[in-house]
Design a protein around this ligand. Structure first.
Ligand code: FES
Length: 157
């Protein structure tokens, strides 16, 4: 009989193997809108880290700036591949964030288009409004990530 830990370890091994191609295929940060689906600069995700040269302990404790509000297209979203977070703006001024890890086999989601956040591997699609599954095989919705908007900055809460 297989113990629960053995089954869990086996499942992790399967998941890791299934998504090695995901990690290789997807790097950097991609921006996607609703009209043309064109990718933005691969460096965008790294452009909004903590300000350089602050060096204070207050800066070390400050919430991370994930993006600028202007980086998130209305009706679309921005995938921060390095942070495994997707930020969406379903309506002007309304922002949501979710984990960018597919709940099917754990691959990184790679596009936002037509109102959904999409997985390239088996076709799962999630709502940009609430992370719910719009198209399987994903079994679960995306987990929400807490964010706050301060001025034009989107911070991880
Ligand atoms: S990993 Fe299978 S649909 Fe995303």
């Amino acid at each position: 009989m297989t113990t629960p830990n053995a089954r869990s370890a086996s499942r992790r091994a399967v998941l890791a193997g299934a998504c090695s191609a995901c990690a290789a295929a997807l790097a950097g940060c991609a921006r996607y809108g609703t009209s043309n689906g064109l990718a933005g600069s691969p460096a965008q995700g790294a452009a909004y880290s903590s300000p350089a040269g602050t060096g204070s302990s207050a800066a070390a404790n400050a919430p991370a700036v994930l993006a600028k509000t202007t980086d998130i297209p209305v009706g679309g979203g921005l995938i921060l591949t390095d942070k495994k977070i997707v930020i969406t703006q379903p309506q002007a001024g309304t922002f949501h964030a979710f984990t960018a890890i597919c709940t099917h086999l754990g691959c990184i989601l790679n596009t936002v288009s037509g109102g959904t956040i999409n997985c390239p591997f088996h076709g799962s699609k999630y709502s940009i409004v609430n992370g719910s599954v719009v198209n399987g095989p994903a079994p679960l919705p995306l987990a929400a990530v807490s964010i706050t908007v301060q001025g034009t900055s989107i911070l991880q809460a």
